[in-house]
Write a protein that binds this ligand. Structure first.
Ligand SMILES: Nc1ncnc2c1ncn2[C@@H]1O[C@H](COP(=O)(O)OP(=O)(O)OP(=O)(O)O)[C@@H](O)[C@H]1O
Ligand SMILES: [Mg+2]
Length: 254
């Protein structure tokens, strides 16, 4: 399988602090990767580095064979903490359509063609019935589906989703994870998803990238989420408990 993203020994400093210290990983084409780690571990920062918004002080990064660059259309991105105001005078289809603007598809992609593309992607993520609903009326989960549609509409090779499962109940989280697993498998899109809970993702992701203490470890969930590996990463004792097909991490902020 081809490599979609590779990062070698990257070091990122912000405000005089080292946030990522010698982090290396890669993501294959069509791979589904969960990015885990405690608050402040640098997960969002890492996404911004891959988007070309923050430059590392050291290391080598390649995104679809090129250095990261701002505004590259080949990444669909949903930022963290995105909730739209209830009184916003926009319909779901307007918000999804913004995903076509500012890239090569935005220009000359008018009227009927644009609407057809919006309907298709809303259908794909399972909310075509909400196309004309005012966005403020959508539930948190429905807004997440809409943002995934917005990120997907330009046919990106990579999807980067920053905590799309926060505020979702377990069944809606599972639905979104199943949707993303299908997109990675069927369309060959590489998906990176930041989460604080591995459980809804456990049986769907190919690998996890665990960030803590400035460092990162990548591998299959069973290899990475162990007492041994996490204790090493956190530099303190962490207990990983497996019960009923679920994983609980104790002794560390996750
Ligand atoms: N522009 C900045 N200047 C200085 N420090 C920053 C800047 N942006 C982020 N940081 C710091 O970098 C660290 C990593 O932040 P980041 O947002 O990447 O964490 P995170 O892993 O996404 O955490 P969370 O789970 O809370 O979202 C934090 O300590 C944060 O305060
Ligand atoms: Mg974050």
């Amino acid at each position: 399988m081809q490599t979609a993203i590779s990062a070698e020994n990257i070091v990122v400093e912000l405000g005089g602090r080292t946030i990522l210290d010698d982090v290396s990983f890669d993501v294959k084409q069509g791979e589904f990767v969960a990015v885990l780690g405690p608050n402040g571990a640098g997960k969002t920062t890492l996404f911004k580095v891959l988007l070309g918004l923050i430059a590392p002080v050291r290391g080598k990064i390649s995104v679809l064979g090129k250095p990261p660059r701002r505004g590259a259309g080949e990444i669909g991105y949903t930022p963290q903490h995105r909730v739209l105001e209830t009184d916003l005078a926009l319909r779901a289809r307007d918000v999804v359509g913004f995903g076509l603007d500012g890239n090569k598809w935005g220009i000359g992609f008018g009227g009927r063609k644009r609407n057809a593309a919006i309907d298709k992607v809303l259908d794909e993520v399972g909310v075509c019935h909400l196309a004309d609903a005012p966005v403020g009326r959508l539930s948190g989960g429905e807004q997440q589906q809409m943002f995934i549609a917005q990120a997907l509409i330009s046919n990106p090779g990579i999807l980067m989703l920053d905590e799309p499962l926060s505020n979702l109940d377990i069944s809606r989280a599972r639905e979104i994870v199943a949707l993303l697993a299908g997109i990675s498998r069927n369309r060959g899109v590489s998906v990176m998803l930041i989460s604080h809970d591995i459980n809804p993702l456990l049986h769907s992701v190919d690998r996890v990238l665990y960030l803590a203490g400035g460092h990162g470890v990548m591998g299959a969930p069973q290899e990475v989420i162990t007492s041994e590996t996490l204790s090493m990463l956190y530099s303190s004792k962490v207990d990983v408990i497996r019960s009923d097909g679920r994983i609980f991490v104790a002794g560390a902020e996750i």
